[in-house]
Design a protein around this ligand. Sequence first.
Ligand code: CUA
Length: 148
Amino acid sequence: MDKYELKIMGWTGILLVIFLVTVVRAAGKYATDVPECIPYDESFTEPRIAQLDDNVYQVYMLAQMWNFEPSEIYLPVGAEVDFYLSSKDVVHGFHIADKNVNMMAVPGGINKTSAKFNEPGIYPIVCHEYCGSGHQHMRGEIIVNHPQ
Ligand code: CUA
């Protein structure tokens, strides 16, 4: 093997190690939570909010051209929420501003992730995957309030 090929392979290996270490460190530092895919079940595509306990909720979210259902979600401060996400038509994005939530809504699939809302406020939900002519209007809101 040519000495230049060996040098290039050596540098490539070093860069690969640096890349992997960076990815693993960033995942730890930002507590990256990878969404799960769960087996498809028609009942997950019925949009609703279920309260399991005082501060424990499940949100069954359906994305479609060009809205999310439910489009407004009211939660108390401290709510722990499991989001189950699917799509009625094409692939949509699902990003909750100021939260580490970033998923795809895929027709025929259910993606799940969790989030905790410790601060009151309005958290916009946006579609961040181009899904057609109304994409820029596709949004929802999570409204987190102190209990009345
Ligand atoms: Cu839905 Cu973009």
